[in-house]
Design a protein around this ligand. Structure first.
Ligand code: KIV
Ligand code: ZN
Length: 516
């Protein structure tokens, strides 16, 4: 890289991304995403918030054990018990980071923390020192820095660097800043904090005004050397800065940025699809870099130009971000070994031989129907197998739908619910509606259907349909997924999956809850 700096990529899909309503992930799903991030050569993976729940603690531990190349990070509020829990969760990591934070804006200190600025400063220093007992790699964030007073911010940053923070992260927690202003904030901090040269300055921008990427890039032009981001821009409310957009902007406009990212960009599209499939957050077709239309040229003039010379309308190459990476890998004659080997190559490892065997049976059924199996099909299979292994309380055993022109569609199905098998028949405006009604005949969940969406996993009419169902109840939102070559069956699976998530116990502390 010569004299150019390195831009550190800190991915928080598994932590801030998971704070998107409905995007919660299981431990195994988190490990699969973490392995994909590691394959992409992301520098730091924020795996979760270990104090949030026993499940979060376990998931951070599992990621710490699975990942060897990237730094694995755990989030902790600036309180002893959070930091100790993070330290414990990360104990098996090859390289561990603790990220501790406390709010520094007048409104957060007064209304949320009910603490005086001097108390906040003291708590910040104390928590960095405590985190250093577990690892040398400690990051500190003054939450809501984008609305904090600059003199106080400088004092806090100087004190935490003195206490041992190696990275200081400047969050625009509520997505309030504009690019010029945010860049100037970062530059001023770097110039005014006396020991700024002893820490990496990082930024963490939210997208409430659609400016998360622009603000992050402006900060990089003004001296930030770590960017916190998520795959597909997933994250709290309107989301975080999208990793793929940051990376490709810095790569494509290398003439303007004084730093480089060390990332295997061909992993961007496969990782984006994996995250979308697991969380059930579809990718809009016109989304930059990873949207289905990002490299499609609709108008005749553009097509003509691109055929003569690609650079007329394309500033990046589709294959550089992994658009051709969905490799045809297996077919109906592939055996168990080929199946296991390819799963391993794309980071899927099942917890037991029994789960692998179930997945192999399902693979053979699928290969009989669609002959050519791609990596994305395998990812969908893995999601299904790990769900089945989780002993879901409701399972779809049988579904038959009748749909005919001029007739009302009907669905007949059998569900396994804890106390045994139940059957129901229902009619609806379409076969999917009829199936959902039949499920509700048995379950009476009281949930509200908030979203229903279908995407094909690969191309062609024999592709598997991947369905997302979002349900809400009492302020809680869950996303369910299902995949099948028959989209009505995929829909019923997705609905059942969402119901299973809804009935799972859900006791979880939110990182931004006041608790110091
Ligand atoms: O947005 C934010 O301020 C955060 C912090 C925990 C870094 O997510
Ligand atoms: Zn955030």
């Amino acid at each position: 890289m010569g004299s150019r700096d390195k831009l550190i990529l800190f991915d928080t899909t598994l932590r801030d991304g998971e704070q998107s309503p409905g995007a919660s992930m299981t431990r195994d799903e988190k490990v699969r995403i973490a392995k994909a991030l590691e394959r992409m050569r992301v520098d730091v993976i924020e795996a979760g918030f270990p104090i949030a729940s026993a499940g979060d603690f376990e998931a951070v531990g599992a990621v710490a054990r699975a990942v060897r190349e990237s730094i694995v990070c755990g989030l902790a509020r600036a309180v002893d018990r959070d930091i100790d829990r993070a330290g414990e969760a990360l104990k098996d990591a090859e390289r561990a980071r603790i990220h501790t934070f406390i709010a520094t804006s007048p409104i957060h200190m007064k209304m949320k923390l009910r603490m005086a600025p001097e108390q906040v400063l003291e708590q910040a220093v104390r928590s960095v020192r405590r985190a250093r007992r577990y690892t040398d790699d400690v990051e500190f964030s003054p939450e809501d820095a984008g609305r904090s007073e600059i003199d106080f911010l400088c004092r806090v940053l100087e004190a935490v660097i003195e206490a041992g923070a190696r990275t200081v992260n400047i969050p625009d927690t509520v997505g309030y800043n504009l690019p010029k202003q945010f860049g100037a904030l970062v530059r001023t901090l770097i110039e005014r904090v006396p020991n700024a040269d002893r820490a990496v300055f990082s930024v963490h921008c939210h997208n409430d005004l659609g400016l998360a990427v622009a603000n992050s890039l402006s900060a990089v032009l003004n001296g930030a050397r770590q960017v916190e981001c998520t795959i597909n821009g997933l994250g709290e409310r309107a989301g975080n800065a999208a990793l793929e957009e940051i990376v490709m902007a810095v790569r494509t406009r290398r003439d303007l940025f004084p730093c480089d990212v060390d990332l295997d960009t061909t992993q961007i599209v496969p990782t984006s699809r994996l995250v979308s499939g697991i969380t059930g957050f579809p990718i809009q077709p016109n989304k930059a870099i990873v949207g289905a239309n990002a490299f499609a040229h609709e108008s005749g003039i553009h097509q003509d130009g691109v055929l003569k010379s690609r650079e007329t309308y394309e500033i990046m190459r589709a294959q550089d971000v992994g658009w051709s990476m969905n490799r045809l890998v297996l077919g109906k004659h592939s055996g168990r070994n080929a199946f296991r080997t390819r799963l391993k190559e794309i980071g899927i490892e099942f917890e037991s031989e029994e789960v692998l065997n179930q997945a192999f049976v399902r693979f053979k059924e699928l290969a009989d129907k669609k002959h050519e199996i791609y990596d994305d099909d395998l990812q969908a299979l893995a999601t299904e197998a790990s769900l089945a292994a989780g002993n879901e309380r409701i399972q779809l055993l049988y579904l038959r739908v009748c749909s005919e022109t001029g007739e009302t569609p009907t669905a007949r199905l059998t569900l396994q619910v804890e106390d045994g098998e139940h059957q129901a028949t229902a009619s609806g405006s379409g076969p999917v509606d009829a199936s959902f009604k039949a499920i509700e005949e048995i379950v009476h969940s009281g949930t509200e259907l908030l979203l229903y969406s279908v995407n094909n996993i690969t191309t062609g009419t024999d592709s598997q349909g991947e369905v997302t169902v979002r349900l809400g109840m009492g302020g809680r939102i869950v996303n369910g997924q299902g995949a099948d070559t028959d989209i009505v069956i995929a829909s019923a699976k997705a609905y059942v999956n969402a119901l299973n998530k809804m009935i799972r116990p859900h006791e979880r502390t939110h990182p931004q809850a006041a608790d110091v």
